[in-house]
Design a protein around this ligand. Sequence first.
Ligand SMILES: Nc1nc2c(ncn2[C@@H]2O[C@H](COP(=O)(O)OP(=O)(O)O)[C@@H](O)[C@H]2O)c(=O)[nH]1
Ligand SMILES: [Mg+2]
Ligand SMILES: [Zn+2]
Length: 294
Amino acid sequence: MKDERVGGLVLKNYGGFYYVQDSQKVVYECKLRGKVKKQVLSGDRVLITSLGNQCGILESILPRRNELVRPRVANADLLLIVMANDKPAPSLVLLDGLLVNAYFNNLIPYIIINKKDLPEDSRAAMIGQYYPRSGFNVIRTSVHTGCGIDELRAVIKERIAVMAGPSGSGKSSLLNSLVAGAGIRTQEVSNKIGRGRHTTRHVELYPLGSGGWIADTPGFSVLNTPDMESHRLADYYPDFQNYTCGCKFGDCLHYRETDCGVKDAVTDGRVAQFRYQNYIAILEKLIQNERCYS
Ligand SMILES: Nc1nc2c(ncn2[C@@H]2O[C@H](COP(=O)(O)OP(=O)(O)O)[C@@H](O)[C@H]2O)c(=O)[nH]1
Ligand SMILES: [Mg+2]
Ligand SMILES: [Zn+2]
């Protein structure tokens, strides 16, 4: 039989094999060619040699567009930031931190407000009021009623999505409703079984029937500020960028400066007060770190 080169996407690494899906959605069980020294990640685009029978050899990794640490995934396109209408109430600090993380890692963020079937907490209302009109993507979903799930499917189409957000907001439930047969444990179930099992499992990308992939392991649920210079932080606030033309200083931090277009926008409500406060909290942390290490 003649060998055949195939391009594909790594879905998971399990038991010494890499599972690689080609463009026809055929999944090959692959061994790694010895000369590949780099660690292969879920999400890697690779070339394999097909040996027939859906077996292959993983020959090489194509260049990555990005590489996340949590979850350990390559080439992610979307960060789905899952907050609940209530139970638990959304954290605006976490939301804004995750948005910074998304832009920093070259991911397109989508704010998912799940549990639409529940009455909304005041913070969920604040999210609904500010972010959609400020140019952010917001989708409201309910796993219980199925509302918004098709819209979310359409967004993921042909792209790799990872999820983040507080525990209990419904990440596992959303994954189960997007991927037929995924069977991810939700909180209700896992509380009975107990915590701590499967914690060292590799990240698996689940293909959606409608196209695209979603990672089964959530990313950061607590905040870690990306390592960046303080004057870069505002670059990751697209809503601030509309107003920086009103800043007197080209290198304005929108902090203690006078004549700041961003602060003016906060004063008259074009930028939400809470969002600016969250920005300042991250900025001060970055400035403090620069003082410690300079
Ligand atoms: N009312 C309501 N409950 C939901 C919804 N989605 C998930 N839940 C419940 O919220 C709890 C936590 O969900 P889970 O998916 O484990 O959250 P995770 O920690 O983010 O993975 C479970 O009891 C789910 O049944 C929803 O849309 N509406
Ligand atoms: Mg979960
Ligand atoms: Zn400014």
